[in-house]
Design a protein around this ligand. Structure first.
Ligand code: AMP
Length: 308
């Protein structure tokens, strides 16, 4: 069976949206990626770190979704990575109020032996040196490597980030960050510039406006499902990446045609994530609901047109 290796933050998040506010709840890039990918019943593992303040029930929750958590290191005397953010009324933009790296500051990741041959590796959003170190330990040289990042790392660790970007196949990034990374306002030009940095494929996430998949020859667009209620967009980008990677792991087909389907799966799963605060919706999601939503996506995007 193909395996999926995930590295990312496991965090406490405090979130404010126009609909409410949460105290410290389960967050971080890795849980969103893992929970989303768990819909595909692939073997997956998270490499990350938490402090002694992190509730065991959160780790068990991940484990109950068949995610191997043996490589989530616990530093008993340390504090878990903490992020807080506040969304604007449009729910598409947010301000980061605080990022406390805590135990992430000197984290040395160790990839479990049985995941060194993973066929897909997601270098989720966290310190680029940690992403590089995970990649150093992967022995499958044909592994598909997907990297996600955000403005925080561009602003604080750009050189390290550029080094790891050189080594990956696919960069997933949001529109604002693609512009920041490349200094280009056109996303098409930004994607073209990103190929020169290393990746052969670029996925640009545009929140409620969908996602674009590029390689040198092709471009594909998937809309986001128009939803009546968006409660909390936190983790939607990671959920997208988890669905995208989970589908590719399950099918083991890394062609552009199959990546188009992976984008649809990623978008469908992200549309659930935003319906409740934090990871709550992703923790209680069954395959029938996913199937129905994929049907909605199909109806939304299918049209017949006679081109003469
Ligand atoms: P997204 O909404 O997809 O960008 O992901 C939000 C998640 O990313 C939250 O659960 C945060 O804990 C996590 N996060 C926020 N800032 C960072 C950062 N600088 N590095 C890694 N993860 C982060």
């Amino acid at each position: 069976m193909s395996k999926l290796l995930i590295v990312g933050t496991v965090a406490f998040d405090a979130i404010e949206t126009p609909f409410g506010k949460t105290d410290k709840i389960l967050g971080g890039s890795a849980p969103y990626i893992g929970l989303s990918a768990s819909q595909f019943n692939v073997e997956s593992a998270i490499v990350s770190v938490v402090g002694g303040d992190f509730p065991d029930e959160y780790l068990q929750l991940l484990s109950h979704h068949n995610i191997d958590i043996s490589a989530v290191e616990i530093i008993p005397t340390g504090k878990t990575f903490f992020w807080s953010g506040r969304y604007h009324n449009d729910m598409n933009t947010r301000d980061t109020l605080s990022t406390e790296l805590n135990v992430l500051s000197d984290f040395q990741p160790v990839v479990p032996d049985n995941f060194k041959d993973s066929s897909v590796v997601v270098l989720g959003n966290l310190h680029p040196l940690v992403q590089s170190s995970v990649l150093d330990q992967v022995v499958n040289k044909n592994a598909l490597v997907i990297l996600d990042t955000m403005n925080f790392w561009m602003e604080n660790t750009l050189e390290d980030l550029l080094q790891v970007i050189k080594r990956v196949d696919i960069l997933t990034i949001n529109d604002e960050e693609a512009r920041q990374l490349t200094n280009e306002s056109s996303l098409v030009v930004a994607a073209r510039k990103i190929y020169t940095m290393g990746p052969k494929y670029v996925v640009i996430k545009k929140g409620e406006h969908g996602a674009l998949l590029f390689n040198k020859e092709n471009v594909f667009f998937a809309p986001a499902l128009p939803l009546e209620e968006v409660f909390d967009p936190t983790g939607a980008g990671d959920t997208f990446a988890g669905g995208f990677a989970g589908y590719l792991t399950k099918t083991n087909d890394f062609s552009f045609e199959n990546m188009k389907k992976a984008v649809i799966y990623g978008s469908a799963l992200a549309s659930f994530c935003v319906e409740k605060f934090g990871t709550e919706r992703m923790c209680h999601l069954d395959s029938k609901e996913v199937f129905r939503r994929l049907q909605l996506f199909k109806n939304l995007t299918q049209f017949d047109i006679e081109l003469t």
